[in-house]
Write a protein that binds this ligand. Sequence first.
Ligand code: PEP
Ligand code: MN
Length: 348
Amino acid sequence: MKKPVIISGPCSAETREQLLSTIDGIVKCGKVDIIRAGIWKPRTHPGAFEGIGEEGLKWLAEVKDKYRVKVCTEVASAKHVELSKKYGIDVLWIGARTTVSPFAVQEIADSLRDYPDTRIMIKNPVNPDVELWTGSVQRILDAGIKKENIALIHRGFSIYGEHKYRNQPVWAIPLEMRRRFPEMKLICDPSHISGNSEYIKEICQVAANLQYDGLMIESHICPAKALSDSKQQITPSELPTLLDSIIWRADSCDDEEFARMIKVYRSEIDEIDISILDLLSKRMDISDKIGELKQKNNVAILQNRRWSDVVNSAVDRAVSLGLSEQFISKILEAIHMESIRHQSNILK
Ligand code: PEP
Ligand code: MN
């Protein structure tokens, strides 16, 4: 079974007592590999607690020394990197609000040229942009940091409006990042995805099901009194219960019957995928013919009533076949957009 990397600690270092009492509890549970604490906090609104600054680095150095643990913190500028190095911070991370800014990431990357052995974690940008995340990773790689020393943290994506989770997971994006950077550890941050301690466990389990390499979970000695992210932090004593409840499964299995059956099922899936692709291609050919007909008769591409009928009857049928409405709607939307693209090429 794989041993996930567990990172935990408060959202922010607030006071020496708060940090030490939190870490004392975490270290005692014996399940945490790296301690986290934010020293400089990028807050949405001015006037909120913006971090304790350099003073907090002294406390983190004390934690490291007293408990013989690795510590990590967020950096958003070359100055932060310099100070973190001065106090012996083992691992740095670039926060979501920094990953969106190529200027800021480049500044951090340049400052790392003097520290080629740095271990650094790069959170996803706040917006669901796989290229922006990739670009940040590329800047750090170009500064000479080894890929084995870079990790990716998935902390979810911000969208407008009220939703169950504070940040939407959009699991497809971190999975695409893992495809692009298979050597890098992929860590899930369920605290910032959920924004609410109630939902942390369910997000951790999805991450475990998707073979993530670790978790970053915010913990605080007294979450209700936390100066930042109060709703999403758990206590050090809740942490081991949470971690024990997550089921991590093996990458693969040596059982012969398992290997035989999975091969059978996979070849069935491969055949079905080929049929789906053939059918989609046939569908587009017909769509092209309709496009030519519309071109000849000067008829617009989008026939709203017709499209509503297609969607409604397909959704009804899909639901009666046990497929979810959400899933089928997404597929139909993609097919429709591709048909429109095809017909747009004809009706120039
Ligand atoms: C944090 O880890 O406390 C933090 C600010 O995270 P993010 O960059 O994901 O918002
Ligand atoms: Mn936080």
